[in-house]
Design a protein around this ligand. Structure first.
Ligand code: MV4
Length: 450
């Protein structure tokens, strides 16, 4: 097992990784920006190194400073967390070239899955259902039009190097294809430095259901069941739960097997997620693979009892997974709400500031993942996450009631956050039914933002 790990991240995920390291007897090296000198991750790590100024580009994305810090402290490995450098194949490669282990998949696999058109092609080969569309990228407007005519409208144009909803355009009819292609491709070029586009049939009002995977270096690949992430706004997830009300046992088994088959086909290693779209007829399609630990991993930890971050560290240090698929059980139901420093009444404008008073909920089967404390600040330089609050119970309704009670206990003073909105979503009839889709917020925002 590693002796010392560098954590190339901040906030609640850096804290989460430090906790896992401590339990495994691993020393930690935090990196921090000058804005994070008092941050919790800076304080909790064994060692901490300032790697640059407050802007992410100066610090949390500053590859040479991060590698220097990790090398100076003789780290065995680097955990990238999520966001920042977590899906940067070039960074993964440099970590290895420096003689350290990148805690994640190989750079080659990250590269392949980072190209969404190539990823889709690989999934087709693996026998995983994909949405009808172009085979790889479309080279110009003319080809886009040909394919769109063939598959029928509406279609969706997607940036091959995009993801998470950026660089996408829905096209309802034929005379909109050329303009949409131009706009989306230019957007993608300026946002991702690459204007490659692919095209697929647009699935209306889908559910977003993703399977958590763990894969060791010896070919054992398991899934930790699904997360329903359909409660989101403009591609920002708000609530995640497991299991999904929408799946029955047969579909769950079928999708889980497809996810495992996908990972095996590409030689995946470490933690990852296969995102699926599920349509009204319960047909499912591969959408993207996330080659990292995810924000909402805690939901899967609660329903399976598996510590995903500890498993990541063990896998990366060469240990085999200590369980087979048959031994992994759904133990109950878990729901997570993301509490963000933003104002839902002002179109979700960020609301950074200092937390004057903070009280988090507790109690049996309530989990809070946060790096906040009394007097801590939410900086305008980074994302606006204050906390993830999770509840676990034997039934979905039990978990909902527990999470409502937890939110009632929660006190966050000094800045505006979305706590009230999350509380109302947990009471919304459509949410209670459990068959909500990705249009929930578009449809019901007025009923949950008062
Ligand atoms: C789609 C789709 C409908 N049809 N692809 C959004 C994020 C990116 N990962 C892909 N996304 C979508 N792709 C086809 N062919 C609808 C979405 C989509 C979506 C997906 C998951 C969660 C929320 C979403 C919100 C809007 C659109």
């Amino acid at each position: 097992m590693f002796k010392r790990v560098c954590i190339a991240n901040r906030g609640e995920i850096a804290v989460r990784i430090i906790r896992a390291c401590k339990e495994l007897g691993i020393e930690t090296v935090a990196i921090y920006s000058s804005a994070d000198a008092e941050a919790l991750h800076t304080q909790l790590a064994t060692y901490a190194v300032c790697v640059g100024g407050p802007r992410s580009s100066e610090s949390y994305l500053n590859v040479s400073n991060i590698l220097s810090a990790a090398l100076y402290y003789h780290c065995d490995a680097i955990h990238p967390g999520f966001g920042f450098l977590s899906e940067n194949a070039g960074f993964a490669r440099m970590v290895e070239q420096c003689g350290m282990v990148f805690i994640g998949p190989s750079a080659e696999v990250m590269e392949k899955m980072g190209d969404k058109a190539q990823a889709k092609q690989a999934m087709r080969e693996a026998g995983v259902p994909v949405v009808e569309g172009s085979q790889g990228i479309v080279s110009d407007e003319k080809e886009a039009l040909e394919i769109a005519d063939k598959i029928g409208y509406p279609v969706i144009l997607k940036a091959a190097h995009g993801g998470g909803g950026r660089g996408m355009r829905i096209v309802d009819k034929r005379d909109e294809v050329a303009d949409a292609y131009d706009i989306a491709s230019n957007e993608a070029r300026s946002a991702f430095g690459n204007g490659d586009m692919y095209i697929e049939k647009f699935v209306r009002d889908p559910k977003h259901i993703e399977f958590q995977l763990l894969a060791d270096a010896y070919g054992n690949v398991v899934h930790l069941f699904e997360r329903d992430c359909s409660i989101q706004r403009r591609n920002q997830k708000l609530i995640e739960e497991s299991p999904s009300r929408f799946l029955d046992d047969d579909l769950r088994r079928e999708m889980g097997e497809a996810a495992v088959r996908a990972a095996k086909h590409i030689g995946y290693r470490n933690a990852g997620t296969i995102e699926f779209l599920v349509d009204k007829d319960r047909k499912f399609y591969f959408m993207e693979m996330n080659t990292r630990l995810q924000v909402e991993h805690g939901v899967s930890e609660l329903v399976t009892g598996i510590d995903i971050v500890k498993e990541q560290l063990k896998i990366a240090s060469g240990l085999a997974l200590p369980f087979m698929q048959e031994e992994i059980q759904l133990l109950g139901h878990a729901i997570e709400v993301r509490i963000n420093a933003e104002n839902p009444k002002l179109n979700f404008a960020p609301s950074p500031g200092t937390i004057r008073f903070l009280h988090f909920p507790a109690g049996p089967k309530v989990r809070v993942d946060s790096a906040m404390y009394n007097g801590a600040t939410i900086s305008p330089y980074y994302d606006s996450m204050i906390a993830k609050i999770l509840a676990f119970d034997t039934s979905r309704l039990g978990a909902i009631k527990k999470l409502r009670a937890a939110l009632e206990e929660c006190i966050i003073e000094g800045l505006t956050c979305n706590l009230d909105m999350q509380y109302l979503i947990l009471h919304h009839a459509e949410f209670l039914k459990g068959n909500y889709t990705t249009s929930f917020m578009a449809k019901h925002q007025d009923e949950v933002v008062l």
